[in-house]
Every structure is written in C-alpha cells, then in structure tokens.
Design a protein around this ligand. Structure first.
Ligand code: MHO
Length: 186
C-alpha cells in the first residue's frame, strides 16, 4: 500500500543549486524547492539575499516520505555534501546566506539533528568544529522560478560544471544505494 505520511525538512548547506540537485536524486524525496530560509525580510529577491544582510540562508525545502527515507538519513547525506565547519562560507561562496543551518520543524527533528552532529563530532570527521546552526524553522520563501532545477537546466554553466558536477558525482558514488531507481519500492 502506498504510504501517505509526508514530512518536511529545511536545510541550508551553501548554494541551493547544488543542494537541490543532490536531494532531488534521493529515493523517498518527493519534492525539493530551492529558497530562502530563516531571515527577517519578507519575500526577498535573490539579489537581496545575495547581499548577505536579509538574514536568509540559501536553503532547500524537502518534502519526503519518512517510510522510505528517514530524517536522519537526509542529514547524513546533507553532512556528506557540504563542509559544516566553515562559518558563513561554503567553498567559493562567502556570506551569511551561505551558512550551514538546519531549520527544524519538530522537537524530534531538533533532537535527531543534535544527535547526528554529536556523532560526527565524536568521529572527528573534520579537524575543525561543526558550526551548523540548529534552529527552529521560522520561514521559507521559494526562490524565483529560474533557480528551480537550475543544475539540470544549466549543467554547462561555469559554476555548475566547476563546483556542482564534481560534488554530485561524489554524492552519487557514496550514496548509490539510496538513489531513485536503486531501491525497490514499498
Ligand atoms: N557564486 C555563485 C553562487 C550561485 S548560488 C545560487 C554565483 O553567484 O553564481 O548562490
């Protein structure tokens, strides 16, 4: 029988062209929307968010089926595709809008996020401390239409080819068993 349970995750791990491309490929993920989360300016534009002064982070809002992929699994992927130790920076992208953040929708999500971070700290996956913010979800504004499916629509654009393509390759290898099509449906 088809499951009807649906859960939402809001994650910021740098440029949303990249995070959208990654999460879109995961089995159990129903929808991924790029947008702006956790700021104080209503309905911001990309240009406003780019100034780094609106409080928003570039983020993805993920709708998923928790019977097919758990929140913990989503977070494991999240931490494998970005560097959570660089404050207000992700690779070449610098600014408050590129901070690493988890906007939790429930106390359970908050607890899982803190557990996953504590485990990663214990394993010393990175030499530097994890600076990912874990904060209650406040707001999310979907980005302008032209940002949707950006990587898939513009794979040859310079940033996509140089930054996103290699990350996506690494992600696909590492999480091959979790990709759409790799898992038998319920
Ligand atoms: N530095 C990149 C980031 C794009 S991303 C949507 C650019 O400006 O093309 O933040």
């Amino acid at each position: 029988m088809q499951s009807r349970r649906v859960e939402t995750a809001t994650l910021a791990g740098g440029c949303f062209w990249c995070t959208e491309a990654v999460f879109d490929e995961l089995e159990g993920v129903l929808e991924v929307l790029p947008g702006y989360a956790g700021g104080h300016v209503p309905s911001p534009t990309y240009e406003q968010v780019c100034t780094g002064t609106t409080g928003h982070a570039e983020a993805v809002q993920i709708t998923f089926d928790p019977d097919r992929i758990s929140y913990r699994e989503l977070l494991e992927v999240f931490f494998s595709v970005h560097d959570p130790t660089t404050p207000n920076r992700q690779g070449p992208d610098v600014g408050h809008q590129y901070r690493s953040a988890i906007f939790t929708h429930t106390p359970e999500q908050d607890q899982v996020a803190r557990e996953v971070i504590a485990e990663l700290e214990r394993q010393r996956v990175w030499p530097d401390p994890i600076v990912t913010e874990v904060v209650p979800f406040t707001n999310f504004y979907p980005a302008e239409e032209y940002h949707r499916d950006y990587y898939r629509r513009h794979p040859d654009q310079a940033y996509c080819a140089a930054v996103i393509a290699p990350k996506l390759e690494k992600f696909r290898k590492r999480h091959a068993a979790r990709l759409k099509g790799a898992v038998a449906g319920p």
